[in-house]
Design a binder for this molecule. Structure first.
Ligand code: HEC
Ligand code: HEC
Ligand code: HEC
Ligand code: HEC
Ligand code: HEC
Length: 454
């Protein structure tokens, strides 16, 4: 499969030249260490553009991903600042959003508050080197181990690469994603750790429920769903292999002009079209809506679920157009009519009670909701749709449909997704114009009519 000819690309300067001399020697374990701030000299990291010369396919896909956007994201920086001002969190947020910045910065007092303050090699967020210098996952699966001069990956036979390469099995398993995709916050406002993101934990629970274990995946892995395979060249001129897509499509899109945003949007829409199912029927005086999280890998929403909104929008209207019930609509600010609405707080009982909205709430020790000062979180309330879960939402029409109703009555139901509520951008002090760029995606929809007799 491998073609033994060198790529017609000039070798990059800096660290890549240094690693060349290591060639095929396997003294890897010697310089591999568990992550700690400032463990590496910044000079040992090159700019990601240098990887692009030989790996254009991976670069093209990655450059529009949330991983590449992780320290561009204005929502991230707003949260980073509020956490710093409220809880004194200095470079904690950077550890995952720009790993290269953390592992090359030994001074914990240095607080960065914008992309421009991060060293040039780290301005690309979770980039090729952040991920491909990972050698192992240690400390009970919670911490990453990095090595100096090697790029690890899934190939058993990467022979001939002009830099250190070695096969690491961890790349093909969810354990690899865990240190970043389970988020635990620790700080001086309270003892111990509070977990605020659970994607890996959710996956591990679903896997265990299906009979698997930490070392045996019996359900689809993170890579199966987020890195679909296709055939192409891993490096220019090196022959075809099975590759893994590096768009890492999720639920988010860039709110600022960003590379490849159309393709990224389409990949997000494709993924979301697989997420959920919806059905609805009349049951006496009620409508029963059944919502299914079709994604067997984790909750819907998952990850930063405290920012996400997943909810049922329903309208029940007479033939004459009179609306008897609407729930899951938004107010003039664009907010759901729940506790986050300034205009009609708690005006929508189904959404407000959480019956038709599936979410995670973060609270401080006084019971107030935490929107961004993550270091204040003491309690996490989780009511998302679990992997594979089917949930009923009941809308009782008693008293809402008049005796003289105009039949047939049309019932339209949709399950909607929004990566961030308008209220959140407002609370973070971001430009309200950004809210208009946050897409609302229909995950599933259904409709039916009631012909009489309510
Ligand atoms: C001068 C060309 C060149 C440059 C520059 C280059 N690579 Fe490679 N890389 C290769 C070749 C050739 C292979 C082997 C391809 C194959 O076996 O099909 C490879 C393989 C890899 C692999 C696969 C390892 C495995 O075992 O699965 C990774 C990961 C990788 N490179 C990462 C990087 C990163 C990160 C950078 C930038 C810091 C980079 N490369 C820069 C040529 C290059
Ligand atoms: C069976 C396929 C599947 C598997 C397995 C899977 N995902 Fe997902 N993932 C999805 C789908 C579909 C979505 C979009 C909506 C949702 O379900 O949250 C998603 C969304 C996400 C999001 C955005 C979540 C949000 O709502 O903000 C992240 C982050 C993510 N996945 C990471 C992972 C990681 C890490 C793993 C492994 C621990 C994993 N996924 C396993 C299908 C999968
Ligand atoms: C979030 C972590 C992450 C980032 C960022 C990342 N990769 Fe990967 N990469 C992986 C994982 C995981 C695999 C293996 C997937 C598998 O085999 O299941 C992989 C596989 C590869 C491979 C082997 C061929 C393939 O497609 O399976 C190459 C080459 C590679 N990556 C290069 C790059 C380059 C170049 C960049 C930057 C432009 C990059 N990667 C960014 C995690 C990452
Ligand atoms: C070094 C840390 C790190 C590793 C390793 C990592 N991720 Fe991520 N990932 C992040 C961060 C940080 C973000 C959020 C970026 C943002 O939007 O600000 C993210 C975002 C994502 C998203 C997009 C979520 C959305 O809301 O759209 C997906 C999907 C994803 N990661 C999947 C994976 C998978 C699958 C793996 C393992 C193969 C993995 N990641 C490994 C740090 C990491
Ligand atoms: C342990 C790794 C880790 C740490 C530390 C971390 N994050 Fe994240 N963050 C992630 C991952 C992974 C995602 C992607 C989850 C998703 O998309 O649902 C994410 C997503 C986000 C998002 C959502 C992106 C968006 O635009 O919707 C914001 C905002 C964010 N993080 C802010 C922060 C702040 C502020 C801190 C520090 C208090 C922080 N993060 C610390 C891993 C981390």
């Amino acid at each position: 499969m491998l073609v033994g000819r060198s790529p017609h690309v000039s070798m990059a300067v800096g660290a890549l030249v240094a690693v060349l001399s290591h060639g095929c020697s396997r003294a890897v374990a010697d310089d591999c260490r568990t992550r700690e701030a400032g463990m590496y000299d910044p000079a040992t990291f090159t700019n990601v553009d240098e990887c692009a010369e030989c790996h254009p396919q991976h670069y093209d896909e990655w450059q529009g991903s949330a991983h590449a956007y992780a320290v561009v994201d204005p929502v991230f920086w707003a949260g980073n600042e509020i956490s710093y001002e409220t809880n004194g969190i200095e470079n904690f947020c950077i550890t995952c959003h720009s790993p290269v910045s953390d592992i090359t910065n030994s001074d914990p007092e240095v607080h960065q508050s914008s992309q421009a303050e991060v060293i040039p090699q780290a301005q690309h967020g979770v980039d090729c080197q952040s991920c491909h210098r990972i050698y192992d996952v240690t400390n009970g699966g919670k911490q990453l181990t990095f090595c100096e001069d090697y790029y690890f990956g899934p190939f058993a036979d990467p022979g001939g690469a002009p830099h250190g390469v070695e096969e690491e099995d961890v790349f093909t398993t969810p354990a690899y994603c865990r240190p970043c995709h389970d988020v635990n916050i620790s700080n001086e406002t309270h003892d111990g750790l509070t977990q605020i993101e659970f994607t890996y934990t959710e996956w591990a629970e679903a896997n265990e429920a299906a009979g698997g274990s930490d070392t045996n995946a019996v359900i689809q892995t993170c890579q199966d769903c987020h890195m679909p395979t296709y055939t192409g060249e891993a490096a220019v001129g090196w022959g075809e292999r099975e590759l893994h897509e590096h768009r890492f499509a999720g639920v988010d899109v860039a709110l600022l002009p960003f590379a490849d945003s159309h393709q990224q949007y389409r990949a997000m829409q494709r993924l979301l079209s697989t997420a959920a199912a919806l059905s609805a029927e009349q049951e006496g005086n009620s409508i029963r809506v059944e919502v299914t999280n079709k994604n067997g890998g984790h909750s819907l929403p998952s990850g930063a679920a405290h920012a996400r909104e997943v909810w049922v929008h329903i309208t029940v209207a007479g033939a004459d157009g009179a609306v008897y019930l609407e729930s899951g609509d938004t107010d003039a600010n664009g907010d759901l009519r729940d506790g986050h609405s300034d205009i009609d707080p708690y005006g929508d009982p189904w959404v407000s009670s959480g019956e038709s909205a599936f979410r995670q709430g973060l609270y401080d020790k006084n019971g107030n909701e935490v929107l961004a000062a993550y270091g204040s979180v003491t309690t996490v309330e989780r009511d998302m749709l679990e992997a594979g879960e089917v949930r009923d939402v009941i809308y009782n029409l008693q008293g809402l449909v008049p005796a003289e109703a105009s039949y047939p009555i049309a019932v339209n139901v949709e399950l909607l997704f929004r990566p961030a509520g308008t209220y959140l951008l407002r609370e973070l002090g971001l430009d309200p114009a950004l809210a208009a760029l946050v897409p609302v995606t229909t995950l599933a929809e259904t409709s039916f009519t009631i012909d009489g007799g309510l």
